[in-house]
Design a binder for this molecule. Structure first.
Ligand code: GRF
Length: 231
């Protein structure tokens, strides 16, 4: 746990849309003992709904419109990096940020850039994860927070949240239950990273001083979202 005098890590959240995960991180960071502060919400779209949410919460926002850079991803990322520098950002959280990042940008934020993905990685990388999980007939599904590497939805897994798939589930119903898990999972994972407790060894995250599995895992029971087993 950080001491009272330990500076909180300065975090930027990158969004492209609704920003409900961003809002969950902002809410968590209001906690007196939370080891990170949300210093910037940055979007590649000026019409991202989450920007208004962030402003209403008193968080600094910025827009770097990717369309202004055409196909020049390096120039787009240089503009992103300028904003991150101006706000002295130490950790980046991708939260529904719909642009692929170049290996150079990813390398610059090596083990300091997190992403949340709505599936239990390494299953169901990419889009439409809930419909694909239903089509595959998996009985357990969920969300993952991982460090970003150049390959999409890969990278060392920091924390995961799981739930039971119901026989009558629709993609929308699953999405809603997974999203509720995401909103608890991302603050948990960012806490661990901001506390400096996450080490990456051979592509796997090791959590220093993890006493309980529920520091890195929201399971159907601990997530409180599934009926308890009778036994
Ligand atoms: C979430 O489902 C997240 O897992 C995925 O994109 C969605 C973003 O939703 N990467 P929101 O913008 O955080 O509400």
């Amino acid at each position: 746990m950080p001491g009272k005098h330990m500076a909180r890590r300065r975090v930027a959240i990158l969004i492209s849309g609704r920003g409900s995960n961003m809002a969950a991180l902002v809410a968590a960071a209001r906690g007196a003992d939370y080891p990170a502060e949300i210093a910037l919400v940055l979007s590649n779209r000026s019409d991202a709904k989450g920007l208004a949410t962030a402003r209403a919460a008193g968080v600094a926002t910025a827009v770097v419109d990717h369309k202004a850079f055409g196909k020049d991803r390096v120039a787009f990322e240089a503009a992103l990096q300028r904003e991150l520098d101006v706000h002295r950002i130490e950790i980046v959280c991708l939260a529904g940020f719909m642009r692929l990042l170049t290996p150079d940008f990813v390398a610059r934020w090596h083990d300091r850039m997190l992403n949340i993905h709505p599936a239990l990685l390494p299953a169901f990388k990419g889009l439409d994860t809930h419909a694909r999980a239903l089509a595959a007939g998996v009985k357990i599904h969920g969300a993952s927070v991982h460090f970003v590497v150049p390959e999409m939805d890969s990278g060392p897994i920091i924390a995961q949240g799981a739930l039971a798939v119901r026989a009558d589930d629709t993609a929308e119903a699953l999405e809603a239950r997974v999203l509720a898990i995401e909103h608890r999972l991302y603050p948990m994972a960012l806490r661990l990273v901001a506390e400096g407790r996450v080490r990456v060894e051979e592509g796997r995250c090791l959590i220093d001083g993890a006493r309980r599995a529920d520091e890195v895992l929201l399971s159907p029971a601990s997530a409180g979202l599934n009926p308890p087993q009778d036994n």
